[in-house]
Design a protein around this ligand. Sequence first.
Ligand SMILES: Cc1ncc(COP(=O)(O)O)c(C=O)c1O
Length: 438
Amino acid sequence: MTIHLPDNPARADVLEARPTLWVNPAYRSGAINDKALPVRPDQVDDAQANWARIAPLLQTCFPELEASGGAIRSELIELTALRDALGYAGAAFGKVFVKADSALPVAGSIKARGGVYEVFVFAEQLATQEGLLGKHDDIRTLAGSEAKALFSTYTIAVGSTGNLGLSVGIAARALGFKATVHMSADAKAWKVERLTKLGVEVVQHQADYTVAVENARLVAEGDPSIYFVDDEQSRQLFLGYSVAAYELAEQLQSLGLAVDAQHPLFLYLPCGIGGAPGGVTYGAKKVFGDNVHCFFVEPVQSPCALVHMMSGSDELVSVYDVGLTNRTEADGMAVARMSAFVATVMRNMLAGVFTVADNDLFKWLSLAHSTQDIRLEPSASAGFAGPDFLVNHHTGKHFCQQQGIGNLEGATHVVWTTGGSFVPQEQYESFLQQAARL
Ligand SMILES: Cc1ncc(COP(=O)(O)O)c(C=O)c1O
């Protein structure tokens, strides 16, 4: 199918794969309270309660969570030297932080918030249903041999560009489930290797992410012993991610940083299929209301959320439909078609989407390394363009005016860095070399 995108200041840039900012004309205040949406704000609280309940089990399964009591949390790091290196030294940029999901324990990426959550919540449900876990029983029972014997009769399956597969595979194997990960052709060899070593079956498709997910779904449909983590539709993944907003609120509060009309909060979230950035956006809208503005960021050749949301179409529009290639080094974001579920929820809630060139991803990855020792993979560095787009780009300036934001000196920008700490040294060095060649 060929789609003609509507007239918009960003249209030509999108079609010619130049970095640009698109602002969502349907963005409106209070959108989270729309009763027609397929999720409800109180489900974020339920998800937070679920995380708290499974924490002791997480702590038992993953020794690295000993100090946090089983919580999977990341640091909020203020940019100092990196801020200067990025050209954000001036007061006009307000405060700039990194939310370092790149170093999240257990899975080394933002996918820990979704994949680990869904697998552990499923394990709890299954054990309850099978009479292995009573209402007042210790959740750590699920790390015992009886539970493992039950879990070993089930397979957890997922389609992935890499990191979701890692998080689901790691979580599944820790509880004794079998696990199958259907990988797209973009998946990096080290991610495949790591999973294989854990005893995860990896099915590599010579096709893109959408095809990998479709295959995984098909296999799961015919087999009741397979639990399919459906990245295109899963509410559990989405809600697992959403709880990150409470964590961020706590961190901002402990730094004495207000979020209000004079101090708006901007989140820059790398987007693949949209689950992770959509979930965080949803949670942030619940927690911060109209004073948070969330922007997705995508590679210039894979802006699936941008083209779909810009099209205004009810049918999903893919990047191929507008003549783009979906080719990018940012494997986590190499997705041609966004989740329909996320598109529905984001319709009036997402402030906009900007795009970035692959070369810039490597440049920012290298700067993050040399200035503040932050270890990123290419997908994870995409958000660094955010403050520049909001402060300097004509569309960003217009957006601020429309929102009644005079200037951004009181603003807090949070660049969500979504993965990187698990990247093997050799691969990481090749990223740095690639940056040096630019
Ligand atoms: C590092 C990284 N960032 C961002 C994303 C995007 O998440 P989603 O596909 O849920 O939009 C991914 C997805 O795998 C990822 O691996």
